[in-house]
Design a protein around this ligand. Structure first.
Ligand code: SAH
Length: 251
């Protein structure tokens, strides 16, 4: 479910008035219709709202339920995952959905062993999506994260460049300063891409392209983690950081 952040003055009785870039997002990007529901977070609590009026420069969102139990993170993490061997991506999808991922983008990378033809890609995607769905239900998520079609590295860089923050855990990166610094830049409402390599890791050229797309290249510690461990660790790190420092207790 979409979540918009407003400050206290947007509240008027039983509704919120949402203007500015969120108004544009609701009307022109998401093309929401009267009656659509979404969350509005204001001063630390979330309300389930319904779109009531659309005006030129603002929308009115009627509050249906205050203090709505939202299990979603206020930060949207997108996992870009270099295609791993066999059915490892299934485990990665299940675990990262439990941890609160907003979407998963499988990526073809130079050192991927698994090569899928178009027919297989379609069949796999359907299966991956159904795994995301059951993991979302099991973990009581408010949304079912989407597993996108497999992307080429170039396509993935294009999508990653649109994120507010793009993190690349790299096996050859040393020291935790960058990791700490990158976490401190995460703010509520942001989209954060995380790109994890396949078993074979990254080629240097791929790291270079990621940097050009705005990546912060980070370490996940001194040990070499398997791709699935790295994905779960990075997502767990992001989730706990947001839960502990940004989303507050009991929300
Ligand atoms: N074959 C490589 C390891 C690849 S591990 C080697 O032997 O060096 C698969 C992916 O997990 C990596 O591309 C990276 O994205 C992530 N990863 C594993 N260990 C990591 C670490 N210590 N720090 C950051 N990322 C790591």
């Amino acid at each position: 479910m979409y979540n918009f952040f407003v400050d206290g003055c947007a509240r008027a009785g039983g509704s919120f008035r949402i203007s500015g870039k969120d108004h544009n997002h609701i009307c022109n990007v998401l093309r929401m219709q009267i009656g659509d529901t979404f969350l509005v977070s204001c001063e630390g609590t979330s309300s389930l709202c319904r779109l009531k009026h659309i005006e030129e420069d603002a929308v009115e969102a009627e509050i249906l339920e205050e203090d709505y139990r939202n299990t979603e993170l206020s930060v949207h993490f997108y996992l870009f995952q270099g295609l791993p061997k066999g059915d490892k991506l299934e485990l990665i999808i299940q675990k990262t959905v439990e941890l609160g991922v907003a979407g998963i983008i499988p990526v073809e990378m130079s050192r991927c062993v698994m090569k899928l033809d178009e027919k297989k890609k379609k069949a796999r995607r359907d299966r991956w999506q159904s795994i995301a769905e059951s993991a979302a239900k099991q973990s009581k998520r408010n949304v079912i994260p989407e597993v996108c079609d497999v992307m080429t590295y170039k396509q993935a860089m294009g999508k990653a460049a649109e994120m507010d923050l793009f993190l690349v855990p790299y096996e050859n990166e040393r020291g935790m300063a960058e990791t700490r610094e990158a976490l401190s830049r995460i703010k509520p409402g942001m989209s954060v891409g995380i790109l994890v390599g396949p078993e074979g890791g990254f080629e240097e050229r791929e790291i270079e392209l990621a940097r050009q797309a705005g990546a912060a290249v980070i370490s996940l510690g001194k040990r070499i983690l398997r791709a699935e461990t790295a994905a779960v660790t990075a997502m767990g790190l992001g989730m706990l950081h947001v839960e502990m420092n940004l989303d507050g207790d009991g929300q």
